[in-house]
Structures are given as C-alpha cells and as structure tokens.
Design a binder for this molecule. Structure first.
Ligand code: ATP
Ligand code: MG
Length: 668
C-alpha cells in the first residue's frame, strides 16, 4: 500500500515489485518479451511520485513518443500527482528539447530546422555538386548511401575510415572524397541552421560534455532516469545516459537482449550486457513469468529463439491458461491468396467478437504489405499503418512545412529551394540562382523579419514565375504579421490559399486527397500556439520511430494495425498475423547471401519480436509462389525459422487451391 492507495504487492510479482521499490541507485531489469518490463517502469514512475519525488526530477526515455504518452497517461490513472513537469519521450525528442534551449552555445539558433532523409539527400547533393568530383569514371556513393555512412559514424563511434572499410569496402577508393563531402556537409548544416536526426543526439551529448555548468544543471534536474527498450540503445545514447547519471542520479534500464533488432542503425546489445559493469552496485532483476501470451504461443517463441547461440538463456513460464488453440502455419498459393486469407480471417474473428484494434498484420518490409492493403481496402476493412511513407513524409505535407520552416529559419536553404522549385519555369539551376540572390539581400542573417513582399520584389525570377513570385511575397507577409509568427494552423491556411491549392490542382490527379491531408495538418496545428514547436513535432513524428499516421486526435479504434515488425516493438495484440515467412523474404535475401551468423541471429530476433506480440492467436503465413520476381514465377521455400521449432507446436492449415507445379521453374 502507499499514499496513493496502489497495492504494489497485488499488481506486481516479486521481481517486478523488487525493481519498482528498489532504493535509489542503478537498476537493470533484463527479461523476455511480455514479462512486464514496461509495466515495471510505469509503476516505478508512480512509486517515485508516491515517495514524494518531484515529477520534474524524472526523465523517462521510451522507444516511441506514443509509448511515452501512453505510459504517462497510465501513471496519471495510478497516482493523483501532477505529472506535467515530467520529461518523457524518445532520445531524439528529449535531445530536441534540450537543444532548443541552448542552440546558441553550439552556433545554431533556437529556430534550427530538422532535416529528414530527403532534406539530407538534397543538402548532400549540393555539397557533392560544389566539390566537382569526377563521378563518371568510377561509381561514387549516392547521397542516400553517404547519409547512411555518416549516420553510422555518429551512432557507432567508428571513424569514417572504419565505417567505409568495414561496411562499405566497395567505396574504399573514394575515401578522400567522402571525407570531403562529410566536412562540407557538417559545414552546410551549420550555415543553414539545420540539424539532422543524429545531430539531435550527438549535439546534445557534445553540449553537455563541453559545458560543465549545463551538465550539472541537467544532472541535478534528472534525479531519476528510466529507460525502456534499453537493448536497442547505441553508443551515443548510452554515453548520454551515463553522463547524466555520473552526477549521482538513479538509473533504471529495462530490456531484453533477445529483442535487439536495430544493429543496422548502430544499436549495440553489448550496452545492456555491460550495464552492470558500467554502473557499480547495479541491482539486476530477472522476470521469468510471461503475462502476455497463452502457453501455446509462448512455447513456440521459446523454441524459436533457442536457435540463436548468442543470448542469455531465459525460459519464460506463462501465467495464462492454455486456450487449446495452437499457432497456425498457413501455406498459401501466392501473395494474393495470402492477403485474401488474412482479410477473410480478420472478418471471421471480428464476427467472433474480437475488435479490429486487437488484430495486427506484421511483416519484415513495408512493400510486403501492399497486397494486404489493397485487399483490406476492397473489402472495406479499416486499417492503420505504421510503416512506409508516413503522413508527414508526403511531398505535399513537406512542401507546406517548408514555407513555415523558411519563415522561421531564413538560412534554411533546403526549404527555400523546395519552395522555389514549386514555381513554374524554375529548375535546380534557377533555384541556386534565387538562393544566391537571397543571400545577397542579407536577410538570411538579419535579426528582424524582412518586409517580404518588398525584398522579394527586387528579385528577377524567370518570366513564367513572375506572378507566383509576387504571391510568395504576400504569403510570407501573412506568415509573419508585424514581425511575429502567425499561429501554425493559420500559417498552413495562408500557404494553401495563397498558392499551394492552385499548384495542387495543376500538378496532381489526386489534388483532392492531398488537400484533405493538408486540412488534417491544419487541424493538427490547432494543438500548437508556437510554430517552432509545431515544426519540431512534425519532424519527430516523421522519424523512423513508429508513430501512427494521422494527427494526434485520430484514434486507433476499430482498425486493424498493419506494421513493420521493427515498429511493433513493445506492443501487443490479441491476434497477430506474421506474413511472407518465406526464405529470401524473411529472413531477408541479403542476409542469407551474406552468410553472416550475427546478421542471421538479428533476423531471428526480429522473428522472435514478431511472434511474441501475440496474446491469444498467432498466424504465420507464406506464399509458395512469388509471381512478382523479375525472373517470372519463383517457388519459395518456407522460412528457415519455421524449422527451428517442433512441428507439434503448430497446426498446419490447408487453404485454397492446391499447389500446381506446372509451368513453374524449380529454383533449387
Ligand atoms: P516487451 O518485451 O514486448 O516490451 P514487456 O516485458 O515490456 O514486453 P509489458 O508490455 O510490460 O511487457 O507487459 C505485457 C503484458 O502483461 C501487459 O498487458 C501487462 O499489463 C501484463 N502484465 C505484466 N505484468 C503483470 C502482472 N504482474 N500482473 C498482471 N499483468 C501483468
Ligand atoms: Mg515493453
């Protein structure tokens, strides 16, 4: 019992209770899927508040911002304390929050723009262009590849040279030029007052490392640091936490080494394994009960992960009664039958009383969901999708955002060019010229807001763009009335009415849909008064961190979830379908070809994450024929992961027409 009346003993098992109520100091909870790690963290927050800890002294780091919101909501229902001063979110969003306060210390301004992958690519292309590298004779890495390289440098602590040597040996000859591009890129980011996603972590770390007073300030503020999904932290994140904790704060990390699935992005499961070593006096808790899945599903997942050698042995016991239904293994003729089966089954289950939001279809790669998307659409089954192009990454949303970004950050070359390129008669060269003219006006670095229409009227745009150019001036005047920023939703409105609507109609068949999206953006903007906060939120939402599409108010009610497995981490549903379980699809073909044990083990952990999302029912399906391959129809072998457990643990389903061998080339 406690001051808030929570009966911790009744709500938690012994291990969870031990962790939740452990005295200040480093604590690690390492336990399998569905054992209540996230629940433990949530109760820990409640417990701290119960003990009189001020909410502002708590920092909660989660894998998605949605998870952070849900956990804080849960805490709100548990204890009467005010939790609004508690900081919670992803590492990136916390980094953003800190950097907005102290950007000047790093040579940026508070209004810095956040570059997404697309923006990074265009900035990189312009750096490469300026360097005049002869890319004709030998293949030079594309902007996308360069962005990945640089990101690995930031996230692994390896030097650029090492990254090239270890992961991109093919581009070894270009090392000197790549170094130059890297330097140019860093410089351009500073000049354009913009940061990429990695900067949100790396620069936060640098800020605190180089500024003793600031570090002390945050060490004093965050007396209790809690981290979920710790197995997927990278070296920068680990260092950041360790630095904050070094001032004597308490840290509690929870995670599962068997669910580490982000090494391709620099995550290192060594961080969780070495946690006790790095934090003297660390208490380690292991939870061996699974509360999520029925024994039938749990037995399967225990067996599946055993095939990995690199892991801590931890058999989970189920706390739940057996349902008497084994996980289903469903071979299907082809992808189209697979999606028909899934849609059909979803409807049957709904008729049995399982709501749609308790069902999920999971896959390794986004493109594998397209058939299912089409089938669900044609049957009128609503779904929400948390992979692939997200709402905020769509071109028309980004177009609108670039107006807002440029109005607030006049050094933002990427946004400026994006806007200018919307005008008729202006191409990449023209955009460069306009940018040069803009720099000449000096307004990029002035403190006050320019009288936009006056300044822009001195430009010489191509004839075709003259009227549009004028409109631009009026729009920007509207975005910054009296030198202040208008409200975010009003800004969106000004851009739409001022010119973007005409552009949409002239450029797209589906202008109507796109306009609807923009209207949705406008209503999302109503949640904000401050345009900087609004823009930061857009950038964070479009990051690869598993946010749902649509605005904050949109509920997931009565919708099936379609999600990549990576983004399903930490979540649970009554019914889960894992699709495309064929060799070459999952595990991925590249991983099979690489013949690299570590990579294969990560694929298997991904499979483990997928099947451990299911509470009651699990369906594993694969198409026998993949008709989409370049080579014509290809017969697919069932995934090797399906050989890792005894067949007695699953029920094989026979669905649809029998497999017709004729006319199909045997690939083996
Ligand atoms: P993952 O590794 O997938 O992130 P997890 O270890 O974080 O899983 P949770 O999501 O916290 O597990 O818990 C899984 C489910 O079990 C949740 O529905 C949770 O409410 C429930 N649960 C956990 N512990 C208990 C408990 N002691 N009593 C009742 N239910 C519990
Ligand atoms: Mg969890």
């Amino acid at each position: 019992a406690s001051s808030s009346g929570i009966d911790y003993r009744a709500e938690l098992n012994d291990e969870q209770f031990g962790a939740v109520t452990s005295p200040p100091g480093p604590t690690l909870v390492i336990a399998g899927a569905g054992s209540g790690k996230t629940r433990t963290l949530t109760y820990r927050v409640a417990y701290l508040l119960d003990q009189g800890v001020d909410a502002r002294n708590i920092l909660l780091l989660t894998f998605t911002n949605k998870a952070a919101r849900e956990m804080t909501e849960r805490v709100r229902t548990l204890v009467p304390h005010d939790v609004s001063a508690l900081w919670s979110g992803t590492f990136h969003s916390i980094g953003n929050r800190i950097l907005r306060r102290h950007a000047e210390d790093l040579g940026f301004t508070k209004a810095f723009s956040i570059l997404d992958r697309d923006d990074q690519k265009s900035l990189l292309s312009s750096v490469i262009g300026a360097l005049d590298i002869d890319t004709k004779s030998r293949r030079f890495p594309k902007a996308d590849v360069l962005a990945s390289m640089f990101s690995l440098v930031e996230n692994t602590g390896e030097s650029l040279e090492e990254v090239i040597m270890h992961r991109y040996p093919y581009f070894d000859d270009w090392q000197e030029e790549i170094e130059k591009v890297h330097k140019g890129y860093v410089k351009r980011k500073l000049e354009t007052n913009s940061m990429d996603f990695d900067d949100l972590l790396v620069l936060t770390l640098r800020l605190l490392k180089e500024n003793e007073d600031l570090l002390k300030l945050y060490q004093k503020r965050f007396r209790h640091i809690l981290v979920d999904e710790y197995q997927d932290t990278n070296s920068v994140q680990t260092e950041l936490i360790d630095l904050l904790v070094a001032g004597g704060s308490s840290v509690m990390a929870v995670g599962d080494d068997a669910q580490s699935i982000y090494s391709w992005r620099g995550a290192d499961m060594g961080n969780i394994l070495s946690f006790p070593k790095r934090h003297a006096g660390c208490k380690v808790f292991k939870i061996e009960t699974n509360y999520r899945s029925v024994p039938e599903i749990l037995d399967l997942s225990n067996a599946a992960i055993k095939a990995n050698l690199e892991r801590f042995d931890k058999d989970l016991r189920s706390s739940r009664e057996a349902l008497g239904v084994k996980p289903a293994l469903v071979p299907l003729q082809d992808p189209s039958l697979q999606s028909q089966f899934i849609s059909q089954r979803i409807l049957e289950l709904r008729d049995e009383g399982i709501p749609l939001e308790e069902m999920a279809v999971l896959y390794r790669a986004h493109f594998q969901s397209l058939e299912v998307q089409m089938e669900l659409t044609s049957r009128g089954i609503p779904f929400s999708i948390t992979s692939g192009l997200r709402f905020f990454e769509q071109a028309h949303i980004k177009d609108i955002a670039s107006f807002l970004r440029f109005a607030t950050n006049r050094r933002d070359e990427t946004s400026f060019k994006r806007i200018v390129l919307l005008l008729p008669g202006i191409g990449a060269k023209g955009a460069d010229k306009m940018w040069a003219q803009w720099l000449k006006t000096g307004w990029a670095v002035k403190e006050d807001t320019p009288p936009w229409s006056e300044v822009l009227s001195t430009f010489k745009p191509p004839k075709k763009a003259e009227t549009h150019w004028k409109q631009l001036g009026y729009i920007f005047d509207e975005l910054t009335p009296n030198g202040e920023f208008a409200k975010p939703s009003d800004m969106v409105y000004s851009v739409l009415e001022g010119m973007y609507d005409d552009y949409l109609c002239a450029s797209y068949d589906n202008a109507e849909n796109r306009r609807n999206d923009i209207e949705q953006l406008m209503s999302y903007g109503m949640n904000f008064d401050d345009v900087l906060e609004f823009l930061a939120q857009l950038s964070l939402l479009s990051s690869a961190d598993g946010e749902p599409t649509g605005d904050k108010s949109e509920r997931d009610d009565e919708k099936v979830t379609l999600s990549s497995i990576h983004q399903a981490k930490g979540l649970e549903w009554k019914v889960v379908f894992v699709i495309w379980l064929a060799d070459g699809q999952f595990p991925n073909g590249r991983v099979i070809e690489a013949e690299d044990d570590a990579m294969m083990e990560e694929e298997r952990r991904l499979f483990y994450v997928a099947i451990t999302r299911a509470k009651d029912e699990l369906y594993m399906s694969y198409p026998l024929i993949n008709p989409k391959s370049y080579t014509g129809d290809v017969i697919q072998r069932p995934s090797r992961f399906l050989d890792d457990f005894p067949k007695a643990l699953v029920e094989e389903w026979q669905v649809g027409p029998s497999w017709d061998h004729e006319g199909v080339d045997e690939p083996f």
